[in-house]
Design a protein around this ligand. Structure first.
Ligand code: HEM
Length: 516
């Protein structure tokens, strides 16, 4: 695109009308030497009914690593190629914004870190990343343990009563309880209670998901907001959440004013290790609206994603008893019957591979969204500014060209003593947390959170699909959900857990013991 655009610019300066130039150069693009991106035909209707990334997979097999999909007047580029993904996310990331995603999420996240672009994003990313330091993540291990323990107690009751449980909603509550404490020191306690605030969070989440798959943005019609009962409910929920956030910010400000702790790199208040507390103590100079946007963004980003990872991991495990046994063996040997600690994270190698592999088969979210801010070249194809692009992580992660037995759940595909797989060591064919400057800031947090929950749950229980449970099918909003829940039968494990010999001398000193 370099040479033609120089000629075009010069002609424009010489006074040639731009309409004439557009026509001429448009013709050149379409009829000149520039290769044209393959255009997918048909299949568009199917996209509205099922999880939309499924038909995109079929189209990928037919049209390859980049193709165009026309959708009425709209058109999208679908990218499923590792090197083009790397170009967009990393090498030339400055040339792309969040596009449609930012438009859809504006009502709930405002200019929070996920939708923000340009200068606002740069400033906020620099303020937030330091809050997730090593010491913070290590402190979070206790929180993950306590929250999962509450879930275990709940499952214990179900196991005694012989009642089946719907795990997807329980995982959603587990991760909501965790992220509320972790981000702004609020205990939703949603595993036990259905308070107004919990309901408000779900109202807003469901709205965000529906908007992201709705063909027409009716909520943009001005009066609609005031007359639609549903939009009124959404506004009320948002107001409730914002009021709670304002209160939490005020309470936290008071705590920071009263404390004597000096702010430093690994600063953490032991009573309140939350990200909010770190940000306020750091003297982060930010408007309260921006702060609320960032808190809300992290609440949503860290909630549904982790819940979906756990849901699909347990689904996969129910299909592969061999993997489950191997996992339980490792957890028995490493943890025995105590709560996980930071040192265990390195030792729970197979558990980590199970999560790595679950994230390959069920990436959350299944597509990443971008918009080109300038003309660019993707692979061999020149593209214009303003193109809406979907990077299909689902396609990358299930490509028969990139993976051996791509559809199989095989944690063994990654050696236990090898590096943890990430976008860099897998050359952008594996993107569980994205890549480049906009990579997830919560990747380590989320890995530990899911490993702790997984380990503690399989240590105490066996999980099977419930008899007569509805078939587990996928639907999608921001993350991949089941269509009818994940109904499981939970039984207490009969084998008494083996307490590892090395831990014997410290038993009962610094970790709760419950030999049953
Ligand atoms: C961004 C995945 C948990 C906060 C992202 C992105 C992915 C991702 C793929 C990149 C999005 C893009 O490039 O368009 C996940 C998964 C999680 C998880 C799979 C759980 C298993 C978390 C948690 C937090 C978090 C726990 C907060 C503590 C964020 C934020 C961004 C982000 C703030 C935006 C970063 C930026 O644009 O600079 N996440 N995430 N995520 N994630 Fe996560």
């Amino acid at each position: 695109s370099g040479f033609p655009s120089v000629v075009k610019e010069s002609l424009l300066k010489l006074g040639v009308p731009s309409a004439v130039l557009e026509f001429l150069f448009g013709w050149l693009y379409n009829h000149g030497d520039c290769p044209k991106i393959p255009e997918a035909k048909g299949s568009v209707n199917a996209i509205r009914n099922e999880a939309f990334f499924i038909p995109l997979y079929e189209l990928y097999l037919r049209y390859g690593g980049i193709f165009r999909l026309n959708f009425g007047p709209k058109s999208f580029l679908i990218v499923s190629d590792p090197s083009i993904s790397k170009h967009i996310l990393k090498d030339n990331s400055k040339a792309y914004s969040k596009g449609i995603l930012a438009e859809i999420l504006e009502f709930v996240m405002g200019k929070g870190l996920i939708p923000a672009d340009g200068e606002i994003w740069r400033v906020r990313r620099r303020a937030i990343v330091p809050s997730l330091h090593q010491k913070y993540v290590a402190a979070m291990i206790n929180l993950f343990g306590q929250a999962t323990d509450r879930l275990c107690n709940k499952l214990d009751v179900a196991a005694s009563d012989g009642e089946d449980v719907e795990m997807e909603s329980l995982f959603s509550r587990l991760t909501l309880d965790i992220i509320g404490k972790a981000v702004f020191n609020y205990d939703f306690d949603s595993l036990t209670n259905d308070t107004g605030i919990v309901e408000a969070v779900y109202t807003v989440l469901r709205e965000a998901e529906d908007r992201s798959v709705a063909p027409i943005p009716i909520w943009e019609i001005p009066i609609w907001k005031d007359i639609s009962p549903r939009q009124k409910k959404v506004s009320a929920a948002l107001k409730l959440i914002n009021d709670v956030l304002d209160d939490l910010i005020a309470i936290c400000k008071r705590m920071v004013d009263e404390e004597e702790l000096q702010f430093h790199e690994e600063y953490m208040n032991e009573q309140d290790p939350s990200i909010l507390h770190f940000l306020l103590a750091s003297g982060d100079d930010v408007s309260s609206k921006q702060l609320r946007d960032d808190l809300m963004t992290m609440l949503i980003a860290g909630h549904e994603t982790s819940a979906a990872v756990l849901t699909w991991t347990f689904y996969l495990l129910s299909k592969e008893p061999r993997v489950m046994s191997k996992l339980q063996e490792e957890v028995d040997a490493v943890l025995g019957d105590r709560f996980p600690r930071i040192e265990d994270m390195k030792k729970l190698k197979y558990a980590t591979r199970v999560i790595n592999e679950s994230l390959r088969l069920y990436p959350q979210p299944p597509v990443l969204i971008r918009r080109s801010l300038v003309d660019d070249v993707l692979g061999k194809y020149p593209i214009k500014r303003g193109e809406d692009i979907f990077i299909s992580v689902w396609n990358l992660h299930r490509s028969p060209k990139l993976w051996d037995e791509a559809d199989m759940f095989k944690p063994e595909r990654w050696p236990l003593d090898g590096p943890n797989p990430n976008e860099t060591n897998q050359n952008f064919s594996y993107l569980p947390f994205g890549g480049g400057p906009r990579k997830c800031v919560g990747d380590l947090f989320a890995s530990y959170e899911t490993v702790v929950a997984l380990a503690m749950l399989v240590r105490r229980f066996d999980f099977q699909m419930a008899l007569g449970a509805p078939p587990v099918e996928m639907t999608t909003g921001a993350t991949i959900h089941t269509t009818a829940g994940l109904k499981m039968t939970v039984t207490r494990r009969v084998k008494p857990p083996i307490v590892p010999a090395l831990e014997m001398p410290t038993l009962g000193m610094d970790a709760p013991i419950c030999l049953s």
